[in-house]
Design a binder for this molecule. Structure first.
Ligand code: SF4
Length: 482
């Protein structure tokens, strides 16, 4: 065995329902992305607040050395005057360690309270609690109840710290046979240094370890939209991981067959009539808008829920005679710039013409939040919302391209513009953009690196609106027959 899997490794396996994923996570040396660092940092903020409020009646084990922390925990448990121990640490006879957020004396037993930064007691958290409780039990802890402590979505800045937390008893849920079964299968698969077998499961569709498991596959099956568990199992049993190896008589929808044929034959199909009709809905002058936003487990802005979106940035490209004119805004990482952002955005989008966005739901939600924060600007914001023009449905309805496989993300669709792409960007996705803003706001980025990160954020958002502008032009050219 290369080492004991961490809780993170085991939860990674749970999320994919795949023991192999625990192994891949254990050997993964990729530094955490900005997006992942954000989750860790927000989790730490919530943990610290719990220790300072709801767990403040406890004694906290602070040493990071596992052996000494376990000895300290043991001494505290032997002291009847101690009713709560935070960061209680246990080591199993086999050498696996676990650190429980808090344990509370309950007669001869101890209740386990595990803090999570999310707002729901979701299954992933229950599994997480199962992993720690299971280890603590095997280390000798007599466990009574197990409770998840999650974040109350109704909490707002100014409320008491105690009100941020809510409890869910998961004593029964951690005994779910599917969870217990997966955990024991994962331990068994990792035993004695074994490398668990990789087999196609639905979790492969969003798994970064695909090439590690199945090698470099030119047309990985995951390019297709998820196929449903029955079909995935059938393909798995036949060892199919490359689209070209799907049997000709395999049960697929017409759309899936069309996408596969298009990909393998390199065929493009454009519904020009429909495209022309839909493009007719655009009104001049045409602008392209994209927002980026952040969200904090413990909100830093008034009238924002835990993890609620706070728009921090926009990019606008205006189509002009000889190209595009660009305007942009990026909030400072300290303070509250929402009002300034909204007022400047209202100016920058002008009063007429279409505002092109890609996948309207996000931009529309951001605008509605702004109207809620600043009711005096709601008329202007409603007018902006009415001008939004979503480019994504046009792409979905009118284009079949070999590279798409029925998908239509902005980055993927930008492939229709020769020479354009997302290369050369240090931040190239929304999750990392969100992570960058969080980390700057939480003071996790060295002051000297902040300007660099801000520039990266600006260039990423700019690329998104340039992308919609270039795609729109490509669609117009298709209609014109160029
Ligand atoms: S790609 Fe599939 S088999 Fe490999 S680790 Fe991920 S979920 Fe498991």
């Amino acid at each position: 065995m290369i080492d004991h899997p961490s809780k993170h490794d085991l939860v990674t396996a749970y999320e994919r329902c795949c023991p192999r994923a625990a192994y891949e996570s254990m050997i993964d040396r990729t530094p955490p992305s900005l997006a992942l660092r954000r989750i860790f940092v927000e989790g730490n903020v919530v943990d610290a607040l719990a220790r300072d409020s709801i767990f403040s009646d406890g004694v906290t084990v602070t040493t990071r050395d596992v052996g000494r922390a376990a000895a300290e925990t043991s001494a505290l448990m032997a002291d009847d005057s101690v009713v709560r121990i935070n960061q209680a640490t246990f080591v199993t006879p086999g050498g696996e360690s676990t650190r429980l957020d808090s344990i509370v004396r309950s007669g001869e037993k101890w209740s386990h309270e595990e803090v999570k930064s999310g707002t729901d007691a979701k299954d992933k958290y229950v599994y997480d609690a199962l992993v720690s409780t299971d280890r603590a039990k095997r280390a000798g802890l007599n466990v009574d109840e197990v409770r998840l402590v999650t974040v109350n979505r109704n909490w707002r800045l100014g409320d008491s710290p105690e009100a941020l937390f809510q409890y869910t008893d998961v004593t029964d849920r951690i005994q779910d046979p599917r969870m217990v079964g997966l955990l024991s299968r994962t331990y068994a698969a990792l035993q004695n240094g074994k490398v668990p077998t990789a087999s196609l499961v639905s979790g492969c569709w969003k798994c970064e370890y695909f090439s590690s498991c199945f090698g470099e596959v030119e047309y990985p099956i995951t390019l297709l939209k998820r196929l449903g568990d029955v079909r995935i199992l059938a393909l798995s049993q036949q060892g199919v991981v490359d689209i070209r190896n799907i049997p000709a008589d395999f049960d697929l929808t017409n759309g899936q067959r069309e996408n596969i044929n298009s990909a393998l034959n390199g065929q493009e199909h454009v519904n020009q009539d429909l495209l022309e009709e839909l493009l007719g809905g655009l009104e001049e002058p045409v602008r392209h808008l994209d927002f980026e936003w952040s969200g904090f487990a413990v909100p830093l802005h008034t009238d924002v829920a835990p993890w609620g979106a706070v728009t921090t940035q926009y990019s606008i490209h205006l189509e002009v005679q000889d190209g595009l004119e660009h305007t942009e805004y990026l909030s400072e990482s300290e303070g509250d710039d929402r009002r300034e952002l909204v007022e400047k955005m209202i100016q920058d989008v002008g009063e007429e013409g279409s505002i092109v966005v890609y996948s309207i739901a996000a931009e529309r939600s951001r605008i509605r939040e702004m109207a809620r924060w600043f009711p005096d600007l709601s008329n202007e914001l409603s007018a902006i919302e009415r001008r939004l023009f979503d480019l994504q449905p046009l792409v979905k309805r009118c284009l079949i391209y070999p590279q798409f496989f029925g998908k239509s993300s902005l980055k993927l669709v930008s492939l229709i513009v020769p020479g354009f792409g997302y290369d050369g960007l240090d931040i190239d996705n929304g999750e990392d953009a969100m992570g960058a803003m969080n980390l700057m706001t939480r003071g996790e980025i060295d002051a000297g690196d902040v300007p660099v990160l801000r520039e990266r954020l600006l260039r990423y958002c700019e690329r998104d609106t340039e992308a919609t502008a270039r795609i729109l032009q490509a669609l117009r050219d298709m209609v014109a027959g160029d």
